[in-house]
Design a protein around this ligand. Sequence first.
Ligand code: CUA
Length: 349
Amino acid sequence: MSQRRTVREPRRRRRWSAWTVGTALAAVVAALPGCGSGTQSTLNPAGTGARQVEGLWWLLFGIAVAVCLVVTGLLLWALARRRGDRVQPRAGGRRLVVVAGVALPAAVLTAVYGVGLAQMKALQQPAGPAAITVDVIGHTWWWEVRYPDSGVVTANEIHVPAGQVVHVRLQTADVLHSFWVPQLMPKTDLIAGRINETWLRAERPGSYRGQCAEYCGLQHGHMAFWVVAQSESDFRRWLAEQAEPAPGVAASISDPVVARGQAVLENGSCASCHSVRGTSANGVAGPDLTHLADRSTLAAGSLPNTAGHLSGWIADSQTTKPGNLMPPQPLSPADLAAVVAFLEEENRR
Ligand code: CUA
């Protein structure tokens, strides 16, 4: 009885391992198409730093594939030459283990480590003199963006001139965050009490999604942003427009709804957390709303920037992004519509 069981056991194990290998391969093949979908992919670089990271990625991938093929080949060779279930130690086996199992991996890993260190050093050097400086301040869970040379303040969207080096200074207002635009540059952490400096250079105009890459609490996953790379002239025009007062301020002279919106914003609770240039609202806890309508998303990449989403967000942002600092705003329907009209004036012209 016990004799028959020992004969059957290995066959069942072999079947299981074939099933496991097959499933793992199928999973890898099924996951591969996800690697190629351009947005937010390190393998679809559009920036100088990201291109260096991509080179390192392919090198490591190539080495991993080569090691995998060699080990699989040795395994298959050993299986093919197997005689029965008994293992016979052979002369020279120990040397093979020391060379192929210890010395060779140590040499490969040391070489890879050396390449990685050299790459890290190269990435610290900007690809040229910086055209502009941008201050990025991480908040739970959004990004404050400041252009110190022009005084422009915005949020969750960083406009830059394409083809030029942008000097980025990173700070946090609260906890640890990490600034990452996979298509443009590697990650840099935002650490309390210090300013971390990095750089990026978009090779061509386009919108590149960034994401906080350090777990920072409940809405870490909803802490995204966009880097919008523009031609030099488009960027300068954008910067000049952003320096202007909110367009609703001028519109409020002739449009009573927009005027009502500005009054609600200035006299209600909005002003205690938000700033709007040209009005008396000068709060600093939340994003600057001066040219809100110009941004493509709301709530750090969580929602498309439409009047409907903005209304819902103001009325009760906690349903979309639980835990964020803004409490529900019990405005009357008319007041809510007026505030949205004021903030969306840029899109109504
Ligand atoms: Cu900020 Cu994760």
